[in-house]
Design a protein around this ligand. Structure first.
Ligand SMILES: [Zn+2]
Length: 288
């Protein structure tokens, strides 16, 4: 009898364990399932409008949270893509490498052509301005001009297309890169910036670039930025545009210097600094 009791106690203990396990794990799960079924049923019946709205509300807000997060991620993603485009957020700058194709521009005593040098400088400037956070558009990034092969007025078409790029891009500003010449006097040298003489903005931009070049290149006889009313790209440009004449190919010493990478980098850095200074000044004036 006593043994039986002990067995019974053990069985009861076992049963209690099973029941406890059921209460602890199985019932809650079952209960949730039941609840889910119920609310699904209610929703399906549409009898509990409030609950459906609640559910809808919860789902909605959850979805919105999700979307919000996604949007956040998307936003971050996009910003990431364009740290680049962050860049584009700062605005577009057009760089115009002068000449190209059949039009070599000036040819130095060493045989170096202006069209080749201009492109070298333009690409270096593009790299710096891109690094500074701007979107850069080149009017040409090959040695070809912007004209059609069968065009009879190639130079005119080439110039019109350069201006069309500026018109289309509506950049913050445009910088046209050239090399100067003065065959009458080989001693003439030094970089110089030209602006459209009726453009106060152009003059300001030219002044910033000229000052930076004169200082950073340690020009012995510094030139001053100069207004001009006849250069096509200055006259017809839809945006603030300057021409940077990097130096004189008619001066043998300067011609050699213009082909040295160290000097090219220095000059382009000065042009970039001038551009950035102009843009910063413009920004702070807008802020006032
Ligand atoms: Zn030129």
């Amino acid at each position: 009898m006593r043994k039986l009791k002990e067995k019974e106690v053990k069985i009861i203990q076992y049963l209690m364990l099973v029941v406890l396990f059921g209460v602890a794990f199985v019932l809650p799960a079952y209960g949730v399932r039941v609840q889910m079924k119920e609310s699904a049923g209610l929703n399906a019946q549409g009898n509990t409008g409030a609950q459906m709205q609640d559910n809808a509300g919860t789902q909605g807000s959850m979805r919105m949270q999700g979307t919000g997060e996604n949007a956040g991620m998307g936003g971050k993603g996009k910003a990431g893509e364009g740290s680049g485009a962050d860049a584009a957020g700062k605005g577009t700058i057009v760089i115009d490498a002068g000449h190209g194709g059949f039009d070599s521009g000036m040819v130095g005593g060493s045989g170096i052509t202006e069209k080749v040098l201009n492109l070298v400088y333009a690409k270096k400037l593009e790299a710096l301005l891109t690094e500074a956070g701007y979107r850069v558009v080149q009017t040409r990034d090959t040695e070809e001009g912007l004209y059609d092969a069968d065009e009879s007025h190639k130079k005119a078409q080439d110039m019109q297309r350069r201006c069309a790029v500026i018109e289309q891009e509506q950049p913050l500003l445009a910088v046209s890169i050239h090399q100067n010449s003065y065959p009458q006097d080989a001693s003439v040298c030094g970089p110089q910036v030209f602006y459209y003489e009726h453009s106060a903005e152009g003059e300001q931009l030219a002044k910033c670039i000229q000052t930076c070049m004169n200082e950073q290149l340690e020009i012995a006889r510094p030139r001053v930025q100069k207004g001009n009313a006849s250069y096509y790209i200055l006259k017809r440009s839809a945006s603030t545009t300057v021409i940077v004449e990097c130096g004189f190919l008619t001066n043998p010493a300067e011609e050699a210097k213009l082909q040295e990478e160290v000097y090219q980098d220095k000059l382009v850095k000065a042009v970039c600094d001038g551009v950035l200074q102009y843009l910063n000044d413009a920004d702070s004036q807008v802020g006032k």
